[in-house]
Write a protein that binds this ligand. Structure first.
Ligand SMILES: Nc1ncnc2c1ncn2[C@@H]1O[C@H](COP(=O)(O)OP(=O)(O)OP(=O)(O)O)[C@@H](O)[C@H]1O
Length: 356
């Protein structure tokens, strides 16, 4: 009853969306895939902006669509964020926010004040939209979607129209949403960085079909799946800055199963972070390896092996404590080392990307 059931079939010339899944009723779920894979169409089906036939949408026990029921968009408790916020040019920011709130007749869970605070737009309330930067406009757009007191937030590539600098400015606010909102967020993106930083769950789409879905870390560690976040296979770990070595400008991040040292980029000890570890940066050794320039060395156990894109390469999934890492090896070295499920290995991690 807590999840979001979505069954949608919708055919256009040259494209069919065919999805049947239950999305989690909490956290951030990324709809991820190439351009044209059907992400926006699926989001629009949830919002009631497209009517799939057959279609079934049941949100936490409330039926929004089935054979007999059709709730139009304005009767669904959603907040919708588009790629670009279309604000009323003649109204200032506060009136834009109030307008959305009045129309919805809402006194919902996330109040106007809370939305203003969460998006850090308190100093912009008197401004007209044309006096806002692209990033500020989008923060106002997100606050407006929250001010209606939605029970779910649907976001369609909210950063796509922004340049890199603005994206970096707005990502921390999205992370706050991730940490502080109690409502589920469905987030359409084809950006590996956004997904790695924000998503708890992932639904990977290809050609209108779901090719993988599940919790982010677990799904990325599935070496039998063809999904990649970006150019390489790899995992994302939830971690915490454990210590700073000021003399050597290094930070230690602790994750369930071990610790990794990485460049110190000013984050304080105790800060929760995500760490991305790519398969190409992980190698395996048997027994004591002796001195090495690679300082991150962990004890692990091989779980499984799978073919990689090239016939000379393999992906190896390794359990390190309660976490999973993926290593890429040549088939020859895997054969020479006798890599097989259950084998204890030393896991060497050459490089780690910290996502603040
Ligand atoms: N109203 C429509 N009528 C016909 N075809 C459509 C319609 N809307 C979308 N499509 C097609 O459906 C396919 C999926 O589109 P959709 O916008 O859902 O993809 P997407 O994964 O969100 O892509 P992008 O990342 O580029 O936004 C595309 O081939 C698109 O051209």
């Amino acid at each position: 009853m807590d999840g979001i059931e979505v069954r949608c079939k919708l055919a256009w010339p040259g494209f069919t969306l065919d999805v049947d899944l239950t999305l989690p009723g909490n956290g951030v779920t990324a709809l991820f895939g190439h351009s044209g894979s059907g992400k926006t169409t699926l989001l629009r089906c949830l919002a009631g902006l497209e009517r799939a036939q057959p279609g079934r949408v049941v949100f936490k026990g409330q039926t929004w669509q089935d054979e007999k029921t059709w709730r139009p968009t304005h009767q669904r408790p959603i907040g919708y964020v588009f790629q670009e916020a279309s604000l009323f040019a003649h109204l200032n920011v506060l009136d834009n926010l109030r307008f959305g709130q009045k129309r919805s007749g809402s006194s919902g869970r996330v109040s106007l004040d809370a939305a203003i605070e969460l998006l850090g737009i308190g100093h912009l309330l008197e401004r007209k939209p044309d006096a806002l930067s692209g990033g500020e406009r989008q923060r106002v757009g997100i606050a407006r979607a929250l001010a209606v007191g939605p029970e779910i937030l649907l976001m369609d590539e909210p950063l796509a129209a922004l340049d890199l600098k603005r994206k970096q400015e707005i990502l921390p606010y999205l992370e706050r949403l991730h940490d502080e909102l109690e409502i589920p967020v469905i987030y359409v993106s084809h950006s590996p960085e956004e997904v790695a930083r924000l998503a708890d769950h992932i639904v990977a789409l290809d050609g209108g079909r779901v090719i993988a879905h599940g919790p982010l870390a677990e799904t990325l560690a599935r070496i039998d799946l063809p999904i990649r976040l970006g150019e390489d296979a790899g995992v994302v770990l939830d971690a915490c800055v454990g210590a700073i070595d000021e003399a050597w400008h290094l930070a230690r991040v602790d994750f369930p199963g071990g610790s990794l040292w990485t460049r110190d980029n000013g984050l304080p000890a105790g800060r929760r972070v995500r760490v991305r570890v790519l398969a190409r940066d992980v190698s395996l050794a048997i027994g004591d390896t002796g001195p090495s320039s690679i300082q991150n060395c962990l004890d692990g156990r091989v779980e499984s092996l799978a073919a990689d894109d090239h016939p000379g390469l393999l992906l190896v999934r390794v359990a390190v404590g309660d976490s999973l890492l993926v290593a890429r090896l040549t088939r020859r070295s895997a054969d020479q080392l006798g890599i097989a499920p259950g084998l204890p290995v030393r896991v060497q991690v050459k490089s780690v990307a910290l996502m603040e």
